[in-house]
Design a binder for this molecule. Structure first.
Ligand code: NAP
Length: 319
């Protein structure tokens, strides 16, 4: 008999077909995020779980997953999973790093340019029929070339954002838990980064240490002319403090792909013209989402075949 897997939301059909070769596949029939209790109901007696960053996999889910041998998360971040529970129970948690790096770095740059050059408000203005001809002071933004980009979290995505910045002749500074010895980028403290940068771009994972890494005090350290870009996870920024900073001119603008209480957005943010708001689409390209599905499926298959998966968040459980 084939092992069983529960997939919390339909993935591209080609990846599901591959999954069916190895598993008895049960898929959430609705195109919506499941309630936790629904996941609990489905997970009983299943050997594997393929879930998304929108699914909270906590102790109650682990308790219900009495046969669970692997969790394959369709994301590089894994803050949606209680890793202590997974590791305590020796359940491997697989992730999909690398293949979404370029798509997310591209989207980060789309936000940088959108906010610095007022693209969204200019588009709205033009569509509203308000464009009456070239004017010297129409929607003046900021130069990006030769400015300083501060990258918080110089991992895969942070490095890819830096790579693109070199094409814009930017000075690159960064902070991380350790110096990466990058020849043309300077390792600095978070405090220094916030004070010097014209654009601050966040690329750390969400962990207890990075929750509200950017709060009222950090926003006050930034230049009044600076922009904050967040394409990592919403809770890395205190969204209420950000709203206040944007409203009162503490910083010039922000570009957000992620939110603290996603999909809810702090009331007041949508009324502001100096913030660009995207619906968590960092990795949303056809190619990337297809590759992520393949990787997530291959990870689950590898674990059940006793092989090494492409990427695992708790390698210690493999012994
Ligand atoms: P990664 O390669 O693991 O890089 C993470 C970086 O963050 C590393 O440089 C790490 O530093 C640094 N870091 C960790 N904790 C830190 C701390 N407390 N203070 C400062 N720096 C810290 O991860 P990645 O592949 O680039 O992905 C980063 C995150 O992007 C993911 O966790 C995910 O949440 C998010 N993401 C979002 C989207 C989207 O759709 N918007 C898509 C993909 C990923 P060290 O190397 O020194 O440990």
């Amino acid at each position: 008999m084939k092992p069983s897997i529960f997939v919390t939301r339909a993935l591209p059909e080609s990846s599901l077909n591959k999954l069916r070769m190895y598993f008895e596949v049960f898929i959430n029939p609705d195109d919506r995020v499941l309630e936790k209790q629904e996941i609990i109901n489905h997970i009983k007696n299943k050997d594997a779980l393929l879930c998304l960053l929108t699914d909270t996999i906590d102790k109650a889910v682990f308790n219900a997953g009495n046969h669970l041998k692997v969790i394959s998360n369709y994301a590089v971040g894994f803050n949606n999973i209680d890793m202590n529970e997974a590791t305590k129970r020796k359940i491997p948690v697989c992730i999909t790093p690398g293949i979404l790096t370029n798509a997310t770095a591209d989207l980060t740059w789309a936000l940088i340019l959108s906010v610095a050059r007022k693209i969204v408000v200019s588009d709205k203005f033009t569509r509203a029929g308000l464009f009456k001809g070239w004017a010297p002071n129409l929607f003046l933004g900021s130069d990006i070339a030769n400015k300083t980009l501060g990258i918080v979290g110089m991992g895969r995505i942070g490095s890819a954002v830096a790579k693109r910045a070199r094409g814009f002749d930017m000075r690159i500074i960064y902070t991380a838990r350790s110096d990466k010895n990058i020849p043309d980028a300077q390792f600095v403290s978070l405090n220094e980064l916030l004070e010097i940068s014209d654009v601050v771009s966040l690329h750390t994972p969400l962990t207890p240490e990075t929750q509200h890494l950017i709060d009222e005090a950090q926003l006050k350290q930034m230049k009044k002319t600076a922009y904050l870009i967040n394409t990592t996870r919403g809770p890395v920024v205190n969204e209420k403090a950000l709203l206040h900073a944007l409203k009162t001119g503490v910083i010039a603008g922000a570009g957000l792909d992620v939110y603290e209480e996603e999909p809810a957005i702090t009331p007041g943010l949508t009324a502001l013209d100096n913030v660009v708001l995207l619906p968590h689409i960092g990795s949303a390209t056809v190619e990337t989402r297809t590759n992520m599905a393949v990787l997530a499926v291959e990870n689950a298959i590898a674990i059940l075949q006793g092989k090494k998966p492409h990427a695992i968040a708790n390698p210690e459980v493999l012994g």
